[in-house]
Write a protein that binds this ligand. Sequence first.
Ligand code: GCU
Length: 514
Amino acid sequence: MKRFFLLLLVVMMAWSAATQEIKSAPGEFPPPMRLTAQQDQENMMKQLGITVLRPGPSGNESDPNHANYDEALANPCPQLPELLLTKKGKKVTTPEIWWNERRPEIVEDFEREVYGRLPAGIPEVKWSVKISEREFVGWTPVIAKQLVGRVDNSGYPLISVDIKMVLVVPANVKGPVPVLMMFGRPSLPAPAQPSTEDLEKLNESFKAMMIAHNPEMKEIYDRYPAYTPITRTTGPNPFAPRGEGEPSPTEQLLAAGWGYATIDPNSIQADNGAGLTQGIIGLVNKGQPRKPDDWGALRAWAWGAARGLDYLETDPLVDAAKVGIEGVSRYGKAALVTLAFESRFALGLIGSSGKGGVTLHRRVFGEAVESLTGGEYYWMAGNYMKYGAEKASFGRKTGCDLPVDSHQLLALCAPRLAFISYGIPEKGDAKWLDQQGSWMATIGAGAAYKLLGAKDLGLSNNYMAEIMPPVNTGLLDGQLAWRQHDGGHTDAPNFRHFIPWASKMLKYEKTPAR
Ligand code: GCU
């Protein structure tokens, strides 16, 4: 008996030592903080000394607090920050002054006050090809690859980030081909199906497995001798007669000899404030909340796109010098941020991006600075919240206090190709997006294109005077381009203008493969 207790004691001691050891391992990595979006936002307000934020306006025009839609009240501070004047007051008259002095100043202001900085020590991403196969998209034979970019999380194993991307390139043209990377849900377009013989083998072994698992199954199989549980999913038939409407944007790209990649923003960073202690932002911060100039979701998505481009640079099917970035709405903002900060992207199609995208922050029309400092604060750097502060240790600030505005963000893309796309409010590309404010920013940005020897919209850069062209009138003769289509909250109707424009500007001509 005594011996038994002694043994028990020894076992218990050993067990407790072991559990202590287990406990101390995660202790090395304190778990990520779990905050609601509101708690996270309040944490940032505290860091910034803000006590009261102005609420954002309502998007519903019948609400008493609805957004302003009166053009006469839309420009409370019509003088935009100077594009071609350094902080010291030097005129930017040469590309050298732009590249060496003015552009870095603008980058710094956007990083600190608007979108946040990329932190030091972001871990490496290792790409692997999960699936690579031949498929058909409509009439076009393609090579489709499913890719995963695994972020090294050895510095904080409690958070993992796997960037999901799919690459599709036409197999009937001579490569390498230009590629448009699109923010969206990646899926293989038409996964190849097994041949009749393979399907037969799959069915045979499936049947045997089911019967081995449950002998009763034999009876059922015997009752339906011709039944095959695994059938071929009918993918798109390349020989089927074409439907009426326009081919999809991706079909149009492939037909023009372009490839496309779809990258999943949510696999990089969640689209909500509660996710800031997770995803790539959370991983780098080891699960702790952001500092005021840390990156927000838009910058994180842009970073992820740049990592996607790292992969494309290694793929011999891709002409990595001709890779574009595309997105609509919040992803239109992300596409612009990507193009502005990542100069290896040669072009961008910026769809219905609104505030935080091409639209001027200073404009008070539709979506407001206060919308982006409210529910969608996590898209931006913490510091951006200052411009929605009603009461704070530093006083009150509005969009008019921002040191930069979106004409300068677009100017960071110069002289590379940027196509600004909108639809019309009647079809659902709401006034909320402020097409006019985006037009003004595009006009203003043109001065940087001209300075760098590229072509802008072909108008002056007087953003208070130039008049927005009618719907369906493209200004597509320059590296900076504009077109408002007559559809809704999408850029799809502009693809048949975007693709020829991009091919021409990049001097790309598709050559059939032999
Ligand atoms: C909201 C938001 C916009 C955003 C849009 C979207 O309307 O205010 O900023 O662009 O959602 O992404 O669908």
